[in-house]
Design a protein around this ligand. Structure first.
Ligand SMILES: Cc1cc2nc3c(=O)[nH]c(=O)nc-3n(C[C@H](O)[C@H](O)[C@H](O)COP(=O)(O)OP(=O)(O)OC[C@H]3O[C@@H](n4cnc5c(N)ncnc54)[C@H](O)[C@@H]3O)c2cc1C
Length: 452
């Protein structure tokens, strides 16, 4: 029987990065993957959505380019070619990861991993085998949660996994769920010229972020023809000829909408069914394995990271937690700050946030000062013709230390790194004000805000 220092189950951005780090640190490491190396992020999440969004946004910009001298009004997206490009890019990136694993001498086992007991893992692939180890790291991620309504199994009712596997040029699409995933798909299909309707049960889209984001995005998408219904609860889906009809209640009143396809994006559930073969299992909450910032589950020799822990469901959070877990196994100080995790939404303009909002700080009894900068006067925002853009910074009312930032502007997802560093290192706005930003950039708005 093969013996390891560490067996990682799940090769998403949490698992494969942890395996590489462990191997670099001298641990004999195995990685068990039931599907594809790269996980949800590479095959069904971050990467395919952004590949599709990139082309769709280019097409939208070209179509609207008349006023800036770009005559390409009949531009169209060849979905079959775009899909092939997406698959080729993903396969290339997966090969890159497999190459890294090989170079670091991480043994990759293809099959479903199951924890048999302390230090014992079974891999059920073409043939089953058992492995022994000192440490087990669970990084099995999550999958789309089903919605228990009538008609959910109809053809054309899709999860994000299904729509990304076979993206089609729909003329009309209903998106159930106005969270981050739902709003990225609304941006994507809106830019492709599809008639999009969003049904969100809560009273705002992007409800877990600063309220201004949801309100601004709603106005921007409305101009592009995307219809957003909030306080809209889906009751049933019916097939009517070529279309699917969603019956829902909006603020209590019955309503309906029809489209070629329905995307259900209402959350994710952890992949823990059948993962533990014996009583040796950590305490779980609705299938999730709670763990701290270093992946500790409370069970000696068993660690858990990423989506399966039910914490922040983002690729970089999974990676950071994995690196911390490995550092602990190696007896080193964990280096990743899980208390400062930036979060991004790839809409147009982009949205990014880190740290506390003003409301969150106030709830914690922290005196705050909020500074907001509309970016209508920012050169780069004007010349790239961005929609309504702004940045908000929340500082401690007495010390001036930056507690959080909320951005909605061009390249917000890149700019948020500056604020992540500021929050993590306790910088003040006055310190940011003394640092020169290049011109013309979106980033200049940070300097303007800091000096205002
Ligand atoms: C549409 C969409 C868009 C997203 N966009 C972004 C984004 O832009 N940025 C961002 O940060 N996050 C994004 N996310 C979230 C991100 O994909 C996840 O947070 C991230 O992939 C979680 O990483 P993980 O390592 O915990 O798990 P996963 O990436 O889910 O990987 C888990 C792996 O474990 C494998 N597995 C499961 N069970 C077993 C088993 N028993 N044995 C062996 N292998 C097993 C699975 O096959 C999978 O490969 C997006 C998600 C979706 C769905």
């Amino acid at each position: 029987m093969e013996k390891y220092d560490l067996i990682v189950i799940g090769a998403g951005p949490g698992g494969y990065e942890a395996a590489l780090e462990a191997a670099r640190g001298g641990m004999r490491t195995a990685l068990v993957e039931a599907g594809e190396v790269g996980g949800t992020c590479l095959w069904r999440g971050c990467i395919p959505t952004k590949i599709l969004l990139h082309t769709a946004e280019l097409a939208k910009e070209a179509r609207q380019g008349g006023p800036i001298g770009l005559e390409a009004s009949d531009v169209r997206v060849d979905m079959a070619k775009l899909d092939a490009h997406k698959d080729e890019t993903i396969r290339g990136m997966a090969q890159g990861i497999e190459g890294l694993l090989k170079r670091q001498k991480v043994d990759l086992y293809r099959g479903k991993g199951r924890v048999l007991g302390p230090g014992r893992v079974e891999v059920a692939g073409e043939t089953s085998l058992e492995l022994e180890t000192k440490e087990i790291l669970i990084a099995v991620g999550s999958t789309p949660a089903p919605l228990p309504v009538k008609g959910i199994g109809l053809e054309g009712v899709l999860s994000s996994d299904q729509i990304l596997r076979d993206p089609r040029p729909y003329e009309s699409l209903i998106i159930v769920g106005g969270g981050v995933i739902g709003m990225e798909f609304a941006t994507l299909y809106g830019a492709l010229g599809c008639r999009v309707t969003v049904l969100e049960a809560l009273d705002s889209v992007l409800a877990n972020l600063d309220r201004e984001f949801g309100q601004s995005l709603r106005m921007i998408l409305k101009k592009q023809g995307v219809e957003i219904h909030t306080s809209a609860r889906l009751e049933e889906i019916r097939r009517e000829g070529e279309e699917l009809t969603c019956l829902y209640t909006e603020k209590g009143a019955p309503a309906q909408a029809s489209a070629q396809a329905v995307l259900v994006a209402v959350g994710r559930r952890p992949n823990t069914e059948g993962l533990f073969a014996s009583d040796w299992a950590p305490p779980m909450e609705r299938g999730r394995i709670p763990a701290d910032a270093n992946g500790r589950t409370g069970l000696e020799g068993l660690w858990a990271i990423g989506d399966v822990t039910g914490g922040i469901q983002l690729a970089h959070a999974a990676t950071a937690q994995g690196l911390n877990a490995v550092a602990c196994m190696l007896g080193r100080a964990p280096g990743q700050r899980l208390d400062v995790v930036p979060s991004c939404v790839y809409t147009s303009p982009e949205i990014a946030t880190v740290g506390l909002t003003a409301d969150e700080a106030k709830k914690q009894g922290i005196p705050v000062q909020v500074k907001k900068q509309a970016m209508g006067g920012n050169g780069k925002t004007i010349l790239t013709r961005q929609e309504r853009s702004f940045l908000k910074v929340v500082t401690h009312g007495e010390t001036g230390v930056i507690l959080g930032a909320q951005l909605m502007c061009g390249r917000a997802t890149d700019m948020i790194g500056e604020f992540s560093s500021a929050v993590a290192n306790g910088l003040t706005l006055a310190q940011l004000a003394g640092v020169i930003r290049p011109h013309p950039t979106f980033n200049e708005a940070v300097w303007e805000l800091a000096r205002s």
